[in-house]
Design a protein around this ligand. Structure first.
Ligand code: ADP
Ligand code: ASP
Ligand code: MG
Length: 818
């Protein structure tokens, strides 16, 4: 014998009823079955609202009318879909239902409230309708059927906070009443009879439980729960699009999962099945060919964490106070009071000093819990031995479930780390003693992000980066190309790097699925958005992005000054733009504080030496307790090239023209020859080494005099530069006479930074650095007398983009160690 239960989502309209009828018809050919039905989708909600309004003494007819309208629409439709259906029989059954509903409603109106038996009878109307209609359809398909009335056997004990079935009584009553059933028997789910003989329900979603009770009574081998998803997923599929279907799970796992909120099963369903070794299978009415999820005593090895669930609308009650330490039996007094008030407790956490007991209850029961505790502890509260009982509403419980979490180390750590990466604050935690579940209480509105990141870290094990590239000049374009080229390899390494935003100074292109990097430029030109922090904030919220990274490929000051807000809003910031790190020291510090507070990365390896690993190395040395004693470096690729050429016989203007033609300079070479860019770089190094300097503290000797360096028009600058050759030439000659080279060197010594031309002999570490190379000589406490030298090409789109790319990967979700 098999029991098949079809939920409301499987009975939403006549087409669904038809699918159900076909499934039942086919199963009926293979052996006896019992079918349990819910109400058509949405009907119980309306019935609950009708009961609520009756209890409030409200005589509003609209719910009642709407219910009957919806049911009669399904009925009418079935007359069309099944022309040979027994119209008269079904019309009479429907008429009986509506008359009965009306009588119950009128009775309650007279009383100005709805007694519990009347409530249960009203609430079961949808289930009764489903049975009447499916029965008629099955008979039309030529099946012989019999009906089971749950009020004749399904016995409910409603004395505790939640109704439970009296299995032994139910079994006995069932065998007394139903010894002879047809191959197909049909029963409405959700309601039954209470110990006092009145109608009662099993609570919302209770038809699953009805099916389990019936399965025990008919001694079924299997109880199938048919719904609108392919089975149990490892996370709520409504929240996590790439949740995995679970093929097999143990009774224990299913119990924990449903208890902690997985709506696919009513939490009480599994216990009777497990006690009687009845297998349970979750199947999809809309794709019956799929095997679904099997729940049995078998527990699959290999998967430590099976699933994650979320229970919403939870409240936390806090009982605490100075007097609690000495009070004997506090926990027992708290929980007996709560249990006497029929309030169910979801989870408990208690501080070891017994100074505080916190527990969670359904949000709707929080006030009742507070009232009952206020009464119980009236005296203690009055004498201020206890603080006023506090209630925190709108919380959620997120739970990891898995049989094989037992004795495994590090799972809780991964769980809490994932929550911290999602920037979700944990309010309380609990682990059951069998170690099959670990729960964290969080703010309800953070549930989506929490579940998504936990799923990503614990199941997919595929960290995701959601990148926003700002600035589409040569570096930005090159970076996008490098990401595009590298994406398949990252994917193989289980890293998902998606560019979800690209912006230039006019447009902003967004796509939460990831922008197609093959052909992004036309799409950017067609985009209607513009870059703004607010737009990006709204976007990450709606797309639930947890690891968003801003990659600034501009040299724009306004963008640099908005990093603080980006960090505050949860973005990591990766930048090639030096303007932020060389703004005021206050701002410099503010950025680091915000990054620490928000657990985001602020990375700027390309600020000095483009792709050369300067900042990271320097930070590594500093962390290891080293100190920068002295620094010398060639930090500008264009000046390194120009100064090299000076000693090949070119004049300053000739060398500059050559460098410009090769694309080694800024569009206006005045910016290179002003030395300001080098000054910014040395400031970044100095600050990294712990010096609290401002840009204005740097002693700067430009290559060309200020009146030339300040020319903003490139053509004008290039026209005027040759006039300066005469003044400059003697410097070159003098160096050469001494066997020395001129180099444009940035240095730090004695807490001071200098940038300017130096004439160096062949013993100097920077003597041979030309051709566009950068070199940095770090004289530190550990590295002496020979310095730590970093050398290589320190400019150019590809090395800069590669440096940015490296920083982007360092933002990976669980790489927060630095
Ligand atoms: P029915 O009407 O068949 O009783 P429910 O709506 O009560 O269906 O339960 C099925 C729904 O449970 C699914 O549509 C799904 O959105 C939700 N659900 C929540 N968590 C899970 C999970 N872990 N696995 C499968 N479904 C889940
Ligand atoms: N119809 C009831 C409800 O919506 C029972 C069920 O569907 O399981 O709660
Ligand atoms: Mg359900």
């Amino acid at each position: 014998m098999k029991v098949l239960k079809f939920g409301g989502s499987s009975l939403a309209n006549t087409t669904c009823f038809k699918q159900v009828a076909n499934i039942v018809h086919d199963y009926g050919k293979t052996g006896p079955i019992a079918v349990v039905l819910s109400a058509p989708q949405g009907i119980t909600n309306l019935l609950v609202s009708l009961v609520d309004s009756l209890n409030e003494g409200n005589s509003n007819q609209s719910d009642q009318e709407l219910i009957l309208q919806k049911l009669s629409a399904i009925l009418e439709d079935s007359f069309t879909q099944f022309p040979s259906i027994d119209h008269d029989a079904i019309a009479v059954a429907f008429e009986d239902l509506s008359v009965r509903l009306n009588q119950l409603v009128q009775g309650a109106k007279l009383l100005s409230h709805c007694p519990s038996a009347t409530q249960a009878q009203i609430l079961g109307t949808g289930e009764k309708f489903s049975v009447a209609l499916l029965n008629a359809i099955l008979q039309t398909l030529g099946n012989e059927t019999s009906l089971i009335d749950p009020e004749k056997f399904l016995t409910i004990d409603d004395r505790a906070a939640e109704p439970v079935a009296e299995l032994e009584i139910s079994k006995k009553r069932f065998s007394d009443n139903y010894s002879n059933l047809s191959t197909i028997a049909i029963m409405p789910g959700f309601f039954g009879v209470k110990l006092n003989g009145e109608t009662g329900t099993l609570g919302r979603n209770g038809s699953d439980y009805s099916a389990a009770i019936l399965a025990v009574c008919v001694q079924a081998k299997t109880c199938e729960i048919w719904t609108d998803v392919d089975g149990v997923y490892n996370a709520d599929p409504r929240l996590v699009a790439d949740a995995h279907l679970i093929d097999k799970m143990s009774y224990h796992e299913a119990m924990e999962l449903s208890y902690f909120g997985a709506k696919v099963l009513h939490p009480k369903t599994i216990a009777p099945l497990s006690q009687n070794q009845i297998r349970c299978r979750i199947k999809n009415t809309h794709s019956p060919q799929n095997p679904g999820t099997l729940i049995s005593s078998e527990s699959t090895v290999g998967e430590m964490v099976k699933a994650i669930s979320n229970l919403s609308d939870v409240a936390m009650i806090n009982v605490s106070g100075p007097g609690m330490k000495g009070m004997v039996g506090m926990a027992s007094r708290v929980f007996s009071a709560i249990s006497l008030a029929d309030i169910s407790v979801i989870m408990i956490s208690q501080s070891s000093a017994e100074y505080c007991i916190s527990f969670c209850v359904p949000g709707s029961e929080a006030e009742a819990a507070r009232d009952c505790l206020n009464q119980t502890f009236e005296l203690e509260l009055k004498n201020e031995l206890l603080e006023p009982i506090s209630v925190r509403q709108n919380l959620a419980v997120v739970t990891l479930v898995g049989d094989h979490m037992q004795q495994q180390k590090g799972i809780a750590a991964k769980f809490f780390k994932a929550l911290s990466q999602a920037r979700v604050n944990i309010i309380a935690i609990a682990q059951d003693s069998s170690e099959r579940s670990i729960s964290a209480v969080i703010r309800g509105q953070r549930t989506d992000d929490a579940i998504k990141v936990c799923h990503q870290n614990l199941f997919l094990k595929k960290p995701a980066i959601d990148a926003f590239v700002i600035g589409c000049g040569t570096v930005g374009k090159e970076l996008i190309q490098q990401i595009h080229r590298q994406q398949p390899r990252l994917n193989d390494k289980n890293i998902s790097l998606n560019v979800v935003g690209i912006a230039n100074s006019r447009k902003l292109l967004l796509d939460k699925q990831g922008i197609n990097l093959e052909n992004w430029l036309p799409a950017l030109n067609d985009a209607s958005d513009q870059l703004s922090l607010q737009r990006l904030q709204a976007f990450i919220l709606e797309a639930h992005l947890n690891n968003p990274v801003i990659i600034d490929c501009t040299s724009n000051e306004a963008i640099a000054m908005s990093y603080h807000e980006y960090l505050q809003s949860g973005f990591h910031v990766v930048t090639a733009n030096k303007k932020a790190n060389t703004a005021s020291f206050d701002y410099y510090q503010k950025l680091r504080d915000a990054a620490d507070a928000k657990q985001r990365r602020f990375l700027y390896e390309t600020n000095v030496g483009a792709g050369l690993p300067v900042i990271d190395n320097l930070q590594g040395l500093m962390r290891a307790g080293d100190e920068l004693v002295q620094f010398e470096g060639i930090l500008s690729g264009s000046l390194s090239y120009i100064f090299g050429e000076l000693h090949q016989g070119l004049s300053l203007s000739e060398a500059t023209i050559k460098a410009k033609d090769l694309g080694y300079t800024e569009p206006n070479p005045a910016e290179d020859l002003s030395g300001l860019d080098v000054a910014r770089k040395v400031l970044v190094i100095a600050r990294e080494a712990g010096l609290e300097l401002e840009l204005s503290d740097i002693e700067l000797e430009p290559v060309v005099p200020e009146e030339l360096a300040n020319i903003t028009d490139a053509d004008e600058f290039m026209r005027k530069l040759p006039d300066f050759d005469q003044t400059f030439q003697p410097k070159i000659e003098k160096a050469q006479q001494n066997g020395e080279y001129l180099r444009y060197i940035a240095s730090i010594e004695g807490g001071k930074c200098k940038v300017g031309i130096q004439s160096v002999d062949s013993s100097h570490p920077l003597y041979s650095v030309a051709d566009g190379e950068n070199a940095l000589a770090l004289h530190t406490r550990y590295y002496q007398p020979k310095p730590y030298v970093i050398r290589g090409y320190g400019a150019g789109a590809s090395v800069t983009a590669a440096g940015l790319f490296g920083d982007v990967l360092r933002t990976l979700a669980w790489d927060h160690e630095h």
